[in-house]
Design a protein around this ligand. Structure first.
Ligand SMILES: Nc1nc2c(c(=O)[nH]1)N[C@H]1C(S)=C(S)[C@@H](COP(=O)(O)OP(=O)(O)OC[C@H]3O[C@@H](n4cnc5c(=O)[nH]c(N)nc54)[C@H](O)[C@@H]3O)O[C@H]1N2
Ligand SMILES: Nc1nc2c(c(=O)[nH]1)N[C@H]1C(S)=C(S)[C@@H](COP(=O)(O)OP(=O)(O)OC[C@H]3O[C@@H](n4cnc5c(=O)[nH]c(N)nc54)[C@H](O)[C@@H]3O)O[C@H]1N2
Ligand code: SF4
Ligand SMILES: [Mo]
Length: 728
């Protein structure tokens, strides 16, 4: 067994529950022993959900003699359509990872000591009571990556009367979503399978994985569809494409404006759709003359004739032609112009008349889970609005109030506005910009409670660490899926008993509520709550337990009704934006910072996912890290010509420095990258010493990123980084 400061206590280890003892005596951490003992044991198959990343694919877990050794994709699920990715397969082994936390911990004089659940809850409850003697409830916050229990986390904050529930959104997707919301009223899905022409801008479903999307792209390609990938980097999806457009990072807006220019000038748009379903086309016509392809070429480095050709090819296939709705890479939360870029994507789609059309972008069916009232009391809710400024004119008026701006938490903590935090399935010390600032902010908190299966960076500075069961050890809340032409509900189910003294997320939230004096709002069991939630969807919990995923509600229908915008139509021109002082039709806006063209060492730092890692959370999975090492993936990509000018050879160690950070990494010289930038895989740079496999492997873009809030939605602008790169 590995020796780490928090596993010190053989005492806690031995004191574990009966289940723990049984699991361990069966040698579940020792594969060889288990294999010999299991030859004749029967196999059970449990439908559940993978939480290896936010896709939350539906799986079947196979259990033999008390051990999970394999998972398989569930064919019924819209999202993954029967397949699973390497991360999902690799991550299940973390169930048996010696780095797992084995029981609740309390930090005493800088070291973690075991504590019982009951004592931990009692102390947390007492500390909150003391805090509330001279602080208002809005000094308490909760942050999580949205998962099945998010509704209960939000309920807990509302029971405490705090508005401060946050998601990771401001470091992921808020600009993308706001662009769509302010144009067509909500975020659509992509009908890739039925499209005849697909353009993807800074989204890489073959690396930043979406398994269903890749299946659909392959099907569309086989049926003859064209695929254009716009990315400064020759990404994994570009391998499938007809055209790869190596755009200068941060300038997709210029490319999109020029495509709109061609479509408008050559009248290639769907005039009937524009007449019936949009407002402000005339404003666009007069504004867009400023952006001919010859202008764009000089900004985005895509030749004018290519822009014209692609625009014409695309329009010829309308309405079964689409620009992918996007996620993180190009305009999720990257640049000063990301919100306008997302608006341009939505408008270009609208000109093709493809909104809610087969082969275009469409509004997927979503299931509305049932409420717990009137059977159970509803929390009174917050007394004041969030203090991060989301949705407030003059601050971040286009921000998503529900997500909040989670990377503002350290700033709010430093100013004394937040004093007590709960971090659940989230690791802000590693996934938020500017770690020095994040550490300073989170350390300022009077009480920090982290709920995680491992000692993440954030857990390492917590006052209390409450160990969450691994996903295959826990039953959780029913969940909904927002992809596909049929809404679906899914369930995460326990496949094996917890190996250690850990608890499910639902149970921890409920027990915290009791400890914090608001248990009356959690007067239900998981079973009762799940049944109530499913009731309006006309499916039973028993069925869901058997299947793991069920389709509910009516199937998707093509065509448009009134949209969820102020005018009820597609807002090419937005009066709301005008009123708030933003361009009412998209206008060119340069990125915030640009590399120094005269300095051969100056680059923009961009980043992206690799198919074998999730954010910063799987670098400690030895099977997945073995892939990284085997294929030498922990490298900084640099354009070969620029590398040669710096006297660099493939594999050389370089020193990278920005305004806020520095680090060393080896380079990969390639033709597959725009010369103005370097590209960093985003899954490395772990600095929690408890995570032995991951520790000190590579660097993270957040190390180099100043704390920024874009002036529209308040996102992190995480590619507005200029670095100096020199041979180390
Ligand atoms: N393997 C894996 N898959 C995942 C995840 C994961 O962690 N790992 N996480 C899930 C989550 S939460 C998310 S948000 C999605 C993210 O999915 P994506 O948005 O696809 O993610 P990224 O890899 O960050 O970015 C995609 C591409 O954008 C490119 N890019 C960077 N800057 C620019 C630019 O200025 N213009 C253009 N056109 N392209 C640019 C990058 O080179 C990269 O290839 O992935 C989901 N799936
Ligand atoms: N360095 C870096 N930063 C990033 C990104 C990146 O790729 N790299 N991506 C950006 C994007 S697109 C996003 S969406 C955000 C994501 O931001 P985060 O949500 O902070 O990302 P993760 O690294 O996935 O951290 C998840 C934490 O949840 C824990 N966890 C895993 N499973 C469970 C569980 O079942 N229960 C509980 N309680 N905890 C669990 C993991 O151990 C880990 O500590 O980060 C953004 N910032
Ligand atoms: S994409 Fe992979 S890691 Fe993510 S949920 Fe699906 S199988 Fe799990
Ligand atoms: Mo994300």
């Amino acid at each position: 067994m590995e020796h780490t400061p928090f596993t010190i206590s053989r005492r806690t280890f031995l004191k574990g529950t009966a289940a723990t003892a049984a699991a361990l005596s069966m040698g579940t951490l020792d594969f060889g022993r288990w294999a010999r003992a299991s030859e004749k044991a029967p196999v059970t198959r449990i439908p559940s959900t993978c939480v290896g990343c936010g896709n939350r694919c539906s799986i079947f877990a196979y259990v033999k003699n008390g051990r999970v050794w394999r998972i398989e994709g569930n064919k019924e699920a819209n999202g993954n359509q029967g397949v699973l990715c390497p991360k999902g397969h690799g991550y299940i082994h973390d169930l048996y990872n010696p780095s797992r936390i084995r029981g609740p911990l309390k930090r005493v004089n800088g070291r973690f000591e075991p504590i019982s659940w009951e004592q931990a809850y009692k102390e947390i409850g007492q500390q909150i009571n003391i805090l509330l003697l001279d602080n208002t409830p809005d000094t308490i916050f909760w942050v999580n990556y949205p998962q099945a229990n998010h509704q209960y986390a939000l309920r807990l904050m509302h029971a405490m009367r705090s508005p401060h529930y946050f998601t990771h959104g401001s470091t992921c997707f808020t600009a993308r979503s706001a662009g769509w919301n302010f144009t067509v009223g909500k975020l659509p899905s992509n009908d890739l399978k039925n499209a005849r022409f697909i353009m993807i801008v800074g989204r890489n479903p073959a690396g930043g994985l979406d398994l269903g999307q890749i299946k659909d792209i392959v099907k569309a390609r086989e049926a003859g569809a064209k695929l254009v990938v716009v990315d400064p980097r020759h990404n994994e999806t570009a391998i499938l494409a007809d055209d790869w457009l190596p755009v200068r990072p941060g300038t997709d807006l210029a490319l999109l404006l020029a495509m709109i220019n061609v479509i408008v000038e050559e009248q290639l748009y769907d005039a009937d759709f524009i007449e019936r379903y949009t407002v402000g086309f005339d404003y666009l016509e007069s504004e867009i003359i400023n952006y001919p392809p010859q202008w764009a070429e000089k900004i985005c480095d895509i030749p004018a004739e290519t822009i014209i050709r692609i625009a014409r090819q695309m329009a010829a296939e309308k309405p079964r032609a689409l620009v992918h709705r996007g996620y993180h890479g190009a305009f999720g939360s990257q640049y000063l112009n990301s919100f306008q870029t997302a608006r341009a994507v939505a408008i270009l789609n609208s000109l093709l008349g493809n909104i809610n059309r087969t082969g275009g972008v469409y509004f997927s069916q979503s299931a509305e889970l049932g409420e717990l009232q009137p059977t159970h009391p509803v929390p009174e809710g917050p007394l004041v609005p969030k203090s991060d400024g989301t949705g407030i004119p003059g601050r971040y008026p286009l921000g998503a109030y529900g997500d909040g701006i989670s990377h503002a938490i350290p700033e709010l903590a430093l100013r004394g506005k937040l004093k007590c935090g709960f971090v659940y399935h989230n690791n802000p010390l590693r996934t938020n910009p500017n770690p020095k600032r994040v550490i300073a902010g989170y350390k300022k908190l009077e009480l920090l409670v982290v709920i995680d299966p491992v000692m993440s960076e954030t857990a390492s500075i917590a006052h209390y660490v409450l160990p969450a069961s691994f996903h295959l050890e826990a039953d959780e809340a029913v969940d909904t899926k927002h992809t596909g032409k049929r809404a679906q509900v899914t369930l995460q189910q326990k496949a094996v008993e917890p190996l250690f003294d850990t608890r499910s997320g639902f149970r921890i939230i409920t027990e915290l509520a009791q400890a914090m004096g608001v248990g009356r709002y959690f007067d239900f069991t998981l079973e009762e709550a799940n049944e109530l939630r499913l009731k309006p969807l006309k499916v039973t919990l028993a069925d869901l337990k058997k299947q793991g995923v069920l389709s509910v509600g009516d199937p998707w229908k093509e065509g448009l009704d009134t949209l969820d915008t102020p005018s009820g139509k597609v807002e090419i021109y937005s009066a709301t934006l005008e009123r708030l002082g933003y361009p009412p039709v998209p206008r060119w806006e340069a990125p915030l910072v640009s590399p120094d063209e005269k300095d051969p060492h100056s680059f923009r730092l961009i980043h992206g996912k690799q198919a074998n890692h999730t954010h910063a959370m799987t670098a400690n999975t030895s099977y997945l890290m073995a892939i990284s090492h085997r294929y030498d993936m922990i490298r900084l990509w640099m354009n070969r010509t620029r590398g040669k000018k710096l006297g660099l050879a493939n594999g050389d160690l370089v020193q990278m420095t920005s305004l806020v950070g520095e680090g060393k990494i080896r380079v990969r010289l390639t033709e597959g990258l725009h010369p103005s930038c370097v590209w960093l895989p985003s899954g490395y740079g772990i600095f929690s010493k408890h995570l032995k496999t991951a520790y000190d492997q590579g660097v993270s873009y957040n190390d180099f990123l100043p704390t920024f809030f874009d002036p529209t939605v308040g996102h992190a602008m995480s590619s507005e980084i200029i670095v100096t790169v020199k041979k180390a």
